[in-house]
Design a binder for this molecule. Sequence first.
Ligand code: SF4
Length: 967
Amino acid sequence: MLLTRKSDSAPAGGPRLRRFAGARLSTMDRRMFLKRSGIAAGAGAFASQLPYGTIAPAAADGDKKVEQKRTVCTHCSVGCAVDATVENGVWTRQNPVFESPINLGAHCAKGASVREHGVIEHSHRLKTPMKLVGGKWQRISWDQAINEVGDKLLAIRKDAGPDAVFWVGSSKHNNEQSYLLRKFVSFFGTNNCDHQARICHSTTVAGVANTWGYGAMTNSYNDMQNTKCAMYIGSNAAEAHPVSMLHMLHAKETGAKMIVVDPRFTRTAAKADEYVRIRSGTDIPFLFGMLYHVFKNGWEDQQYINDRVYGMDKVKADVMAKWTPDKVEEVCGVPEAEVYKVAEMMAKNRPSTVVWCMGQTQHTIGNAIVRASCILQLALGNVGVSGGGTNIFRGHDNVQGATDVGPNPDSLPGYYGLATGSWKFWAGVWGVDYEWIKKQYASQELMEKPGTTVSRWIDAVMYPNDVVDQGPNVRAMVYWGHAPNSQTRGKDMIEAMKKLDLMVVIDPYPSATAAMCAMVRKDGVYLLPACTQFETSGSVTASNRSLQWREKVIEPLFESKPDHTLMTKFAEKFGFKNELVKNYEVKKDKDGWDEPTPESILKEINRGTWTIGYTGQSPERLKLHMQNMSTFDVKTLRAKGGPCDGDYYGLPWPCYGTAELKHPGSPNLYQTSRHVMDGGGCFRANFGVERDGVSLLAADGSYPKGGDLTTGYPEFDHVLLKKLGWWDELTDAEKKAAEGKNWKTDTSGGIQRVVLKNHGCHPFGNAKARAVVWNFPDGIPQHREPLYSPRPDMVAKYPTHDDKKTFWRLPTQYKSIQQKNVEDKVAEKFPLVLTSGRLVEYEGGGDETRSNPWLAELQQENFIEINPKDANNRGIQDGEYVWVQSPTGAQITVKAQVTERVAPGTTFIPFHFAGWWMGKDMLEFYPEGSAPIVRAEAVNTNTTYGYDSVTMMQETKTTLCQVAKKA
Ligand code: SF4
């Protein structure tokens, strides 16, 4: 059943929350709007004065200019489209886009209230630049802010080198801003930059890319309508990606089975045919327990494995020896019959898909867990199949795009590495001298060495200098759209905040960073107001790899500026503005600041990002898709007729070649049943052509439909093209550009054009997926207990890794902490597993959404889910405040929610809250009028040390706590 539009007019009825209806926002014209958007507007915004009627239309005015703007919700990666009505420059109304093939007219609570970002009265946004002076926030001008922050950063760079500054970007930046920030930081001279993806899906990106090619969701939310069975393991999509459930529920209507595997009985589990409760962090025993039954019953797809998978025989031997049903039950607590049932459901209802989110990724062995899921899908022959695949739901609205082209410490845009050749390639795209970039860095060695990660910046500040592998310690942090409370070890973070020379926060909302810093510092902190994505334009990449173009809805509010304008301003201060914007069209804003147009930035991305096919999505093509959403099919995402005929919606990457090639995008990765010019593909030849005498290339007869090469082949370069006799199909100009190049570095696009269009082959080769890898700590995924394990007996059997001396520039502990915890009997003193996750009402660190009165009304306090047995044993009743105590010595106070959702021994706290610190409201530390409406304790004040052994992902899903009644 699809949602149907009831009316073209405004939503019927008045405001839902009538008790605040008297505070309705009055109509105002643009002049009055700007006048009232000064600093005074935000002061004294108390909950009782909030404008709950603001989603309803403002009253009609006689002579008004009414515009419709099409944008995309900023609160998760589903990518729901929003139509905004703007009257005389004021955003007065919003509607879900009914013809959007992604959301079909549906929004969740967050998407339905995005207009709140555009209100003036009672706004909780950061309105002007501010500076901490003597422990108090003081308003300053933009000139002062740019000059003081710029001078201080330049002084630190001069004194200690560029690596003394760490830049945390945002997964809410659009693609153009994310990309520009990586370029900006490179010109500043450091790889110390990162963003949210590090702490949500870095393990996915590494694990999945190293298995079969690209580190992304293989299929799409829509394609889940084609599945016959979906297993959600480590995903609570009903709360984290609500509108995605629309597609799964359609699949259920046509008979698809749904399985949820989770330590908690979540809202998603409530929709499942089969719910399996596992002990937190034991995904590998469970997944390999399933695989045991698959192999034992001969349910694996032998032809597929033979043709397309390397190393499955070795995995099979390991699984059959180690993950017998008794061992599985011992470790993860699931009896054999349940594991068998789920394995049978997945095997006998193909195509079947696996869905995961941070329940799998945020572990010290996250890289191995996600690979175990991939291996299960490979064994069942489910990858590269419509209705199958690994549907990996990303978090923030542009976490996929920010990962693809943004500020990663170990790669340049498009996952080009940091080797000299990659730098030279991008220097060419940017039109700057490679030697000039090199001189910006402290050394070539540091230019080619991955920076440290956002998950560890606190240690880069605090550790003794002689163990920090980069010269200086980090002395300044720039939080450019990132929430500190989404990071673990809050107690340690406060100490690092104290020690910094400088903290700069650039954000539409002051974020918990402001309050945390003001709580422990008197000065050295600056807050700079960035505008939201509704006050600028640009592209955003949904989790399914589709790009959508947001129109600017309204002009920047208050004194805020778009992030790319701010990057340009700071580049001017640092002396490299001309290099940064030399390829862009630049306009002046109302204050005379330079603003590069997002269209011209995207065109530069198009010219450089050949690796992942961000080359075909020109701004013109994306805008055409936004204007013609109704022409796209809901299940296949393909346009049937109309101006986008044949394209897949949003040109999901890879969209190879130049825009002129008209590649339609790739709805399902690695799908050999389609021609490559129809979005088809195969696994990537990224790891050589053989291993120990065994071919890594696909077997004879396994190739994308219609290809001239009917067997496996390596990636294409100028040599292979010549050997095959295809070189003369390039134009003279293309030959000149392609000489000495490969499919990733030929900026003419000629190699991709000839290979794809003329010969139906895949530019990145045709290889086998790797069930076994040789560049990870565990070639075959192994279960290892978390550092803070509730089961010392399991630690003895499944110990963690050895400590690492230097890992992403820092020493990193594994076994030393795990062993000490066993010796200190931490699991006896803190006997409850603490896990964390999302709520439907809020996003990420939550400052934006907790500042939204509609959402704040829905979820007013933080809480801990605790089983009745554990609560009763502690004399705790439902609704009482409790102390949650951490082995670190931290403790937080939240309400007890006594519920069977969690098993005895497990607790859960949502991670969206901040604004209290160990029992104390931090209201006094926010700039006046800018504190979120809902403030509460952050779970990450309590979380402990622990990092993934490949990517430095933080462990948030399994740590320990004690819960005590509050006196
Ligand atoms: Fe859609 Fe996600 Fe926004 Fe909800 S938060 S409306 S599911 S994009």
